[in-house]
Write a protein that binds this ligand. Structure first.
Ligand code: NAD
Length: 308
């Protein structure tokens, strides 16, 4: 599989990365053996970036079991800290340090490659994230507990400020480069390029909206957006195509993106995403789908306490 440079980190990443949120059960009940089979096959086929978080329920535990026996050394492993539960956050240096220690224990490794402050838009005091949390990230890097550090947020304005303030190696942005929303290109990319910060793009399927099966019940998009995605999925179904295939191909065709994390929980989803890499984009269908999604394009949903 092709590999692309992840900014100035020196890391070479596969254009699709393995998002392990579904492995924790975030998208419903997981068949662990099939989840692990999907992960191992993905690595064998060239996926080399795997992303998890303590917030993703059982994800780190399952990954810890899956990565025994030499698999850990074949991948770039990313985890996060600071988001503990849906509405529970702690970005204090002491928590971030303990969180990473616990992740290393669960993952069965002495370091992760990338450590990310998770969903910083929920912090009560963003100024402290930009000072204290940023400092502890850099200390953990110096101690060798992680090789690179970053922050994630849904609102792009928050990520832009983080890039400008914190000397980050990477930022993780989700749901802002997909068939539904391409604002990452205009709002985030120019700033990251100026500051030598790499972007990890995530959620090419807009967390399940851009699939024929549709999103999980907790999805935060508004009703009109969900209806437009259902209409796009209906059209794809009529044409015998999985909307996710088109959505992944759309993201892969953007050369400015080094890598995009897609959440995978079964070997079938993996195969479908590999097919997306190996086949060409159906431009006629893409144009029709884009027309359906135009009225809701670039809409966002509220996230956190910091505006957008
Ligand atoms: P996604 O857009 O990748 O969608 C995942 C959903 O689509 C899951 O239900 C998955 O089972 C399904 N799916 C995957 N491939 C499919 C296919 N070919 N056909 C049909 N369905 C398919 O959303 P995501 O998993 O939330 O995002 C990807 C990863 O990015 C996450 O696992 C996580 O690692 C990372 N992420 C991080 C943050 C953050 O840091 N705040 C937020 C979102 C995502």
């Amino acid at each position: 599989m092709e590999q692309r440079e992840l900014g100035k980190t020196g890391l070479k990443v596969s254009p699709l990365g393995f998002g392990a949120a579904p492995l924790g059960g975030m998208y419903g009940e997981l068949d662990e053996a099939r989840g692990i089979e999907a992960l191992h096959r993905a690595i064998e086929r060239g996926f080399n970036l795997v992303d998890t978080s303590p917030y993703y329920m059982k994800s780190e535990e399952v990954l810890g079991r899956a990565l025994r026996g030499g698999w850990r050394d074949k991948i770039i492993l990313s985890t996060k800290g600071g988001r503990i539960a849906k509405d529970v956050f702690d970005f204090s240096p002491i928590h971030m340090t303990r969180s990473l220690e616990n992740s290393l224990r669960l993952l069965g490794t002495d370091h992760v490659d990338i450590f990310i402050a998770h969903d910083i838009e929920f912090a009560d005091d963003l100024e402290r994230v930009f000072t204290e949390t940023a400092d502890v990230l850099h200390q953990l890097k110096t101690q060798g507990k992680c090789r690179f550090v970053g922050m994630s947020s849904y609102p792009l304005g928050v990520l832009v400020r983080a890039v400008e303030r914190c000397g980050l190696d990477v930022v993780l942005s989700y749901c802002h480069y997909s068939l539904l929303d391409t604002t990452l290109m205009s709002r985030l990319l120019p700033v990251t390029q100026r500051h030598d910060t790499a972007i990890i793009n995530a959620s090419p399927l807009a967390m399940g909206l851009l699939t024929n099966a549709g999103p999980p019940a907790w999805h935060p998009a508004d009703a009109e957006t969900k209806a437009a995605c259902r209409a796009a999925a209906d059209l794809c179904r009529q044409r015998g195509v999985e909307l996710a295939l088109l959505a992944v191909q759309f993201v892969l065709s953007q050369p400015e993106l080094a890598t995009t994390l897609v959440g995978i929980s079964t070997p079938e989803e993996l195969e479908s995403n590999l097919r997306a890499m190996e086949t060409t984009l159906n431009f006629t269908l893409l144009t029709q789908v884009e027309r359906i999604l135009t009225p809701v394009k670039n809409r966002t949903w509220p996230s956190g306490k910091q505006g957008d």
